[in-house]
Design a protein around this ligand. Sequence first.
Ligand code: NAP
Length: 277
Amino acid sequence: MREISGRTKTVALFGYPVEHTKSPHMQNAAFAETGIDGCYIAFSVSPGELSGAVQAIRSLGMLGVNLTIPHKEAVLPLLDEIDPEAVFIGAVNTIVNRNGRLCGYNTDGRGFMRSLAEAGIAVAGKRVFMLGAGGAARAVGYYLVQEAASLIIANRTKDKAEQLAADLDRLRPVVSVIASSDPGYAALCGEVDIVINTTSLGLKEGDALPIDSAFFNPRHTVCDLIYHRTPMLQAASSQGARIIDGSGMLLWQGALAFELWTGQPAPVDIMRKALGD
Ligand code: NAP
């Protein structure tokens, strides 16, 4: 156990709730491995307390924080600077305190892409089918659209899919929307190369699958942003598809945040081991 001293710098997670987070385990392992005199704590911050908690980053001289539900969007007006990627996504998951100036970043999308790259999966030239159009879809979509041959979005609320598609299409015009009721839906599912679930379906036991499992085939790479092997991933695997869960994205978004706070390379293997413990 490292000793906390008068010089120890603090990083925190602000969320509501935070009890089940694995981030302190992962980030404290990184501080221990690198010898940086820092520690990471999770704080339960209710929405009404967010503004005061953000001000405390300055007044307590913290290195920065991570933000999770429900603060990622609400924090934007409280910051001094926001990275263009986070502006597009409309959400911040990492704040860096630069001498009292609070700078917001979003490492989710880049974290997802790093997890794919690490697994040897290239998006360039691929047809990508993304299920969902919430905050995580916007974060990963920002990167997918820059490389994919095409990006097709399906979402329960079609208006949200259309809004996200219009925003992403302005970055690169390869984006379209499909409804599950569309007669071409099944054929499209069979033709794409990569399927990505960004919906929260699969988080809870008994959730419906976000896509009919009959559509999967051995050509598919199927990804879920949820950290565990969801029923969708199990179904895809049993049909011969390659599967990737969200644990790599969780690891890499944290590693990228560590690098933003400390300016040093993250000890990724140590952080991965801590997540697995
Ligand atoms: P969000 O903004 O609330 O979006 C939720 C999405 O799920 C929307 O597309 C929503 O559709 C859809 N959805 C929810 N319930 C549904 C249902 N019953 N049937 C069909 N669709 C449904 O949430 P988010 O922040 O994007 O997070 C989405 C998932 O990504 C969560 O499971 C989260 O844990 C995961 N995530 C993982 C990481 C990681 O590091 N691995 C990082 C961020 C997020 P509507 O638009 O129709 O409501």
